[in-house]
Structures are given as structure tokens and as C-alpha cells.
Write a protein that binds this ligand. Structure first.
Ligand code: FAD
Ligand code: DHB
Length: 393
């Protein structure tokens, strides 16, 4: 089957779905091709913290009903070290901004429902997706659905297919420059049927390694532990995970970690990665296809949404007035913000994790940094304004 659309989108993650939604609101047609099933993408457990700008966008574009009902608004967070908690007043330091806990797969569900409800096309379980002719004005996406070959012709391709997708590797060598850093640790994450042990998130620095207390609802806790990059989950029975979390999150004044049934477990690798530029010809990369941040600070999903906001605006300008200026500036506009968010995620990661080979000097320096951030208004404000989300140019 051969078919045509204006923008062909590879990947039904937050970036691809939000782009398709924004384009639809601007009267621009798109088709989304996704390798996995609808059920798989709607249940994939990943991020959970939305910046103020992401929340505003979801609400302003009509996909915020469940978010408004079920999202948990947070006005502050806790940095815990030396057995003591220190609150960062996010709202007070940013003129009223907040962050919201709402799982990524719920955002994905809401966007899929909105697209399908508006007659949008999402092809799930599209096999062997490949992108062609993006050095010219009629790029094509080939794929198989139920064994049958199809070709989608379009004006532009949006590569929203994540870090392991096909769009970035399809770009000829020599066009892209890659910048990356791999960290000598990973996160072991669990979802548990346990009441959160605190109303706010807790980022804990401990000599045994980093730990994070987060949540998904008033009855579900999300917790993470720094672990080895090649950690074997089989060696982490639930009891061991809880015991380790208890040690690293320990605080005086009788704070207690609520335990419960572990309903999901996984390891998240940690890397920083950016490609420049994020576009070539009529192919535009967005979200994890173009950059990865380590999860400390919860920026990956929010950065993906910020990219497609810029891309949707650029495509809207082009279709309304044949103006290509924003399209040509897409990469430059996104990368300025991407690098600031990379810096923040690297900084949070460096401040809170134990590194192999570090010595007592490094630990003292980390503690001094934490002490500074929790006692200087200027330093706390820097953390807060990055955490709630930098403005989009
Ligand atoms: P993705 O969500 O990766 O979406 C890409 C989509 O493209 C996927 O649906 C994929 O199936 C599809 N796809 C891939 N290849 C093809 C192909 N060849 N053809 C068609 N479709 C294809 N961020 C945080 O902020 N906090 C966290 O705690 C956190 N935890 C994470 C845990 C894991 C295991 C991972 C992988 C990421 C995590 N992230 C986290 C990062 C965050 O989830 C991502 O930044 C976010 O998903 C980026 O959205 P995206 O739409 O760019 O990419
Ligand atoms: C979550 C993940 C993060 O990486 C983070 O910094 C905060 C919260 C979460 O999954 O809830």
C-alpha cells in the first residue's frame, strides 16, 4: 500500500504523539508509525515527573483532564544527606511554579486517546520501518504491517523513535557530531504497593550510594537505588531492596519507610548524549532520538515535549505562510535548551551519586555542594528554576 501525509512521524512515545497532537490542532495531517503494540506503549513504566510547562501544555491543548484529576502537584522537594532532610521550596523560589507527578504511560494513554478520538492515524506494530530520500522534498517511510509492505510519502519526517530507533542511524556518517558520557552506575527502580513515606520527593546522598523516593499515587511508591551498571536483578530479592532503601533513606526524627508488594522492577542505564544538528534535509530528530539525559532531575520526557513544541511551531509557520525560517532554526533553538538541561542533569547526578575511584576529597566536596545548595537562596533558586523547567525560546 502507498499512502501520503504531510508529516510522517516515527515513534509513538511522548515526542511523536505530542507532535501529532499539536500538528492536528494546527490543521496539519500526520501519520504515526510505532513498532510496538498499543498495549505495550500504554503500559511501559518510565518517567513520572512533569515540569510546569509540560503540565500547562497538556492542559491547554485539551489532554489534561485525567492529569488534573489524578496528578499530584508538588511545591517542593527534599535533599537528604547526613541523615537530615533539607527542603527546597520550588514554588517560593520560582514565583509559584510547581512540578506534577503523573506517569509517562498515562500521558501516552491520554495522547493516544486524543489522536484516535480525532480520527488520527497511528499504525501500531509497524515492522521494518526505514526512512528514505530525506535529502529532498519528498521523503518516504517504508514499513510492513501484518507482513504487507507499505510506503508513506510525506513532506517531512519526524524521527521520534527514541535512543534505539532507526532515524538517527539512517543519517549518513559525517553529518552528525555525537557528544556523550556514560556513568559508572545505573538505577534499580521499583514500583510498590505502599503508601508514599513522605508527601514530597526525597533525593538522598548516602555513602552507600544515591536513593530516590518518589510516588505515583497516594497508594503507590516509586523508589530508585544507585547500583552497578551491570547489576543482576536476580541478586536483588525484594527484602534486599527494601533493606538497602531503608539504609540510604534513613533520617533522624523517626522517619519510616513504608514497605509493600513490589509490582515492577527494572534497571535504568545512565548516560548523557547529544547529537548535533538535530535535523538534516527534511528529517527532524526529537526527544530521545536526539539526546539522552541521566534520570536525576527527571528531564528526559520534559525535554522530548519541549523539542516537539518547537518543531510543531516551525511546521505550522511553514504550512501557514511557506516560511522556512523556524524550520531551519529548529536544531539551534532546541540545542540551546538541551545543553542547559544536560548541564543540570549532569550536575544533579554528580552531586548525588558515589563514583568509583573517588576519594575522601570528592565526598567532602559533594557534601559541601549539598550544604551550599540547601543554605544559599541563590544556589537553591538555581536548582529550583531548572527543576520546574526552563522557558522554551
Ligand atoms: P520514547 O519514549 O523512547 O519513544 C520512542 C518510541 O519509538 C517508542 O514507543 C518505541 O517503541 C518507538 N520506536 C523505536 N524504534 C522504532 C522503529 N524502528 N520503528 C517504529 N517505532 C520505533 N526519564 C525521566 O525523566 N525519569 C525517569 O525515571 C526515566 N526513566 C526511564 C526508564 C527507562 C527504562 C527509559 C528507557 C527511559 C527513562 N526515562 C526517564 C527517559 C524518558 O522516559 C524518555 O526521555 C522519554 O520516553 C522520551 O520520549 P521519546 O518520545 O523521545 O522516546
Ligand atoms: C522520578 C524519576 C526521576 O528520575 C526523578 O528525578 C524524579 C522522579 C519518578 O519516576 O517518579
Amino acid at each position: 500500500m502507498n499512502h501520503r501525509t504531510q508529516v510522517g512521524i516515527v515513534g509513538a512515545g511522548p515526542a511523536g504523539l505530542m507532535l501529532s497532537h499539536l500538528l492536528h490542532l494546527a490543521g496539519i495531517e500526520s501519520v504515526v508509525l510505532e513498532a510496538r503494540s498499543r498495549r505495550y506503549v500504554e503500559e511501559r513504566v518510565r518517567a513520572g515527573l512533569l515540569e510546569q510547562g509540560t503540565v500547562n501544555l497538556l492542559k491547554e491543548t485539551g489532554v489534561g483532564e485525567r492529569l488534573t484529576r489524578l496528578g499530584l502537584t508538588h511545591h517542593g522537594l527534599e535533599l537528604r544527606f547526613g541523615g537530615r532532610g533539607h527542603r527546597i521550596d520550588l514554588s517560593g523560589l520560582t514565583g509559584g511554579s510547581t512540578v506534577t507527578i503523573y506517569a509517562q504511560h498515562e500521558v501516552v494513554k491520554d495522547l493516544i486517546a486524543a489522536r484516535l478520538g480525532a480520527g488520527g492515524q497511528i499504525v501500531f506494530e509497524a515492522d521494518d520501518v526505514s526512512v528514505h530520500d530525506f535529502d529532498g522534498p519528498t521523503p518516504k517511510i517504508r514499513y510492513r504491517k501484518d507482513g504487507d509492505a507499505s510506503e508513506l510519502s510525506c513532506d517531512f519526517i519526524a524521527g521520534c523513535d527514541g535512543f534505539h530507533g532507526v532515524c538517527r542511524p539512517a543519517i549518513p556518517s559525517g553529518v552528525l557530531t555525537m557528544y556523550d558520557r556514560i556513568y559508572p552506575f545505573a538505577w534499580l527502580g521499583i514500583l510498590a504497593e505502599a503508601r508514599p513515606s513522605s508527601d514530597e520527593l526525597i533525593y538522598a546522598y548516602h555513602e552507600r550510594g544515591f536513593a530516590l523516593h518518589s510516588m505515583r499515587s497516594p497508594t503507590i511508591t516509586r523508589l530508585y537505588l544507585q547500583c552497578a551498571p551491570d547489576e543482576n536483578l536476580g541478586q536483588w530479592p525484594d527484602e534486599r531492596i527494601w533493606d538497602e532503601l531503608e539504609l540510604r533513606l534513613a533520617a533522624d526524627k523517626g522517619w519510616k519507610l513504608n514497605r509493600g508488594a513490589v509490582i515492577q522492577k527494572g534497571i535504568t542505564e545512565m548516560r548523557s548524549f547529544v547529537v548535533e544538528p538535530m535535523q538534516t534535509g527534511t528529517l527532524f530528530l526529537a526527544g530521545d532520538a536526539a539526546h539522552i539525559v541521566p534520570p536525576t532531575g527527571a528531564k528526559g520526557l520534559n525535554l522530548a515535549i519541549a523539542d516537539v513544541r518547537v518543531l510543531a511551531r516551525a511546521l505550522t509557520d511553514y504550512y501557514r505562510s511557506s516560511n522556512r525560517e523556524l524550520l531551519t532554526k529548529y536544531s539551534g533553538i532546541c540545542l540551546r535548551r538541551v545543553w542547559k538541561v544536560q548541564r543540570f542533569s549532569w550536575w544533579m547526578t554528580s552531586m548525588l551519586h558515589r563514583f568509583t575511584g573517588e576519594n575522601a576529597f570528592d565526598q567532602r566536596r559533594q557534601l559541601a555542594e549539598l550544604d551550599y545548595v540547601t543554605t544559599s537562596r541563590a544556589a537553591a533558586q538555581t536548582l529550583a528554576e531548572n527543576y520546574v523547567g526552563l522557558p522554551i525560546e
